[in-house]
Design a protein around this ligand. Structure first.
Ligand code: PPS
Length: 504
């Protein structure tokens, strides 16, 4: 957008020529780049890999008031975060507007058979004689209650359904793209043929309230839909069937706009299970509702059976490949503590014990192994220690992601890198931090490598515990002081914990 369209959209939700358009679509750039551009110049627009998608002929370069923009989009309650998440960002505070000539669609290699363009979808509807179609965009897998809701709505309207998983769901929900699409493929298969079409829509959910919904309505129209499902994303307690006042106002407003958008909004309904009739009915009563994806995920990851009434076998099979019970998940045993505390010995015994289980691949990432292979150029400065530990974390998270067991035993003296490792790994499986808390005096007495003697003699500088700090973990899953324990006794404590947590 050039400036006149941009201002007009912010002021009146219309382009300068009067076409209804709720949100600005702008290209933010940094000051240096902005100042290098002349009107009429052509700029190549490339994706992250450098593939050229379009050419922009520069019409105008200007500096927008991003705070005002954020206020118009999100309202007065706008927070600094929203300004940052605005259409541009504070790092790119200049806008470039102009004519765009598209050369190619962004390249995608996954699910290519369900990436029809708006024109192809439109044509599909005409060929099939679908005169009324409800656009349903969903950011989470759908289940039996959702199916009942969609069927009820579609029957009332005499309409078919265009079902689109959101393309970038991870910003707002935990489910990954591949799992979501596979679940949707199963879900759409539960409808009679000719009732529902699954298609990926390159729609990025901006969570921009009513204006975002209006833009989504325009997009749905372009795909040939006549109706659109509107979810109540503002529900404080998603499992309670209390639609917020704000949501009702949002719907009313979309209804007012329906002559301009050509889309009839339909609001989400809460479905409850009628135990007697064994079917779902919509409810206005504020009861606990059954549209509960998180509940299903929680059952799966705890290794519990999901009752048949909650979802479909195909959808559950797709989910089970991602959400495994602890006994099938990958996990990381992260032993941290001073040199000589007993980490490496315990790690070696644990490695053997895990191999003995023989149900998951096991990798040992001992401090020495890592320092020789992965981090050979690093020293023992704070920066390098943190880098060493996050590298271990990266390798461990790849192992855990693929269902393996990683046994790590670095000193890892600093909380910041330990936290980073935990965060990286917990996205994919279990993280069990074991603080091997054997006191310095005992470690020094053991001094198998003679490293403490060297430090005391001043031959080695910056030894952890002597003249470099070790910050104790605050909430490790386990703390073990090996002063009076044999390796077997120490490892037994870990095994007991792993049993309690369900990993073995
Ligand atoms: S860290 O802090 O997590 O990056 O350390 P780590 O990779 O586990 O490496 C620790 C081993 O390196 C030897 N070493 C030292 N440790 C601590 N401080 C200094 N200055 C140092 N210099 C060499 C030491 O033998 C550690 O081995 P372990 O097996 O822990 O005894």
């Amino acid at each position: 957008m050039c400036r006149d369209d941009y201002e007009s959209v912010l002021d009146n939700m219309k382009l300068a020529d009067g076409t209804v358009w709720p949100l600005p679509i702008c290209l933010g750039v940094d000051e240096e780049f902005a100042k290098s551009l002349d009107t009429g110049e052509c700029v190549a627009m490339r994706d992250a890999e450098g593939f050229m998608l379009a050419v922009l002929t520069v019409g105008e370069v200007w500096q927008p008031d991003l705070e005002r923009e954020a206020k118009v989009i999100w309202g007065d309650a706008v927070e600094a975060d929203s300004v940052n998440a605005s259409l541009s960002s504070l790092e790119n505070p200049w806008y470039v507007g102009g004519r765009i000539e598209g050369l190619a669609f962004p390249q995608r290699y996954d699910f290519t058979d369900i990436r029809l363009t708006p024109a192809q979808v439109h044509r599909y509807f005409s060929q099939k004689g679908w005169r009324k179609v409800i656009g349903v965009q969903a950011g989470r897998p759908l289940h039996r209650a959702d199916r009942a809701m969609l069927e009820e709505i579609a029957n009332e309207e005499g309409a078919s359904i265009l079902l689109s998983p959101l393309m970038f769901p991870s910003m707002y929900s935990s489910v990954d793209h591949f799992t979501l699409v596979r679940c949707m493929q199963e879900f759409v298969g539960t409808f009679p043929r000719n009732k529902a079409l699954l298609n990926l829509m390159p729609w990025f959910e901006r969570k921009m309230g009513p204006k975002g919904a209006l833009l989504r309505a325009i997009v749905n129209k372009n795909y040939g839909c006549t109706h659109m499902l509107v979810w109540d994303s503002g529900k404080a307690e998603p499992r309670l069937n209390v639609l917020t006042d704000e949501f009702q106002a949002h719907i009313d407003w979309l209804v007012e706009q329906k002559d301009v958008t050509g889309i009839v909004p339909i609001k989400e309904r809460c479905m409850v299970l009628d135990e007697g009739r064994k079917e779902y009915v919509s409810s206005e009563s504020g009861k606990l509702c059954a549209n509960d994806h998180n509940g299903i995920v929680s059952l799966l990851t705890r290794g519990k059976e999901v009752p048949e009434w909650m979802s479909f076998p195909g959808v559950l099979d797709a989910l089970k490949k991602t959400y495994k019970p602890p006994s099938k998940q990958g996990f990381c045993l992260f032993l941290t503590g001073l040199s000589g505390a007993g980490k490496s010995t315990m790690a070696k015994v644990l490695y053997v014990k895990m191999l003995e289980l023989n149900d998951r691949p096991v990798t040992l990432l001992d401090g020495d192994i890592v320092r020789t292979n992965l981090s050979s150029e690093l020293d023992f400065s704070k920066e390098h220690r943190n880098l060493n530990v996050t590298r271990i974390g990266f390798v461990a998270s790849e192992i855990v992601k693929n269902g393996g067991i990683a046994v790590c035993a670095p000193i890892a003296p600093y909380p910041e890198s330990r936290r980073q490792v935990r965060e990286a790994i917990e996205q994919h499986g279990g993280f069990v931090e074991i603080h091997v808390s054997t006191p310095l005096e005992v470690c020094e007495q053991r001094d198998r490598k003679g490293i403490y003697a060297k430090a005391r003699a001043g031959v080695i500088k910056g030894l952890t515990g002597v003249d470099d700090p070790y910050i104790d973990p605050e909430n490790p899953e386990l703390r073990i002081d090996t002063s009076d324990l044999t390796p077997s006794e120490a490892v037994q404590q870990v095994e007991l914990l792993l049993g309690t947590l369900g990993y073995i």
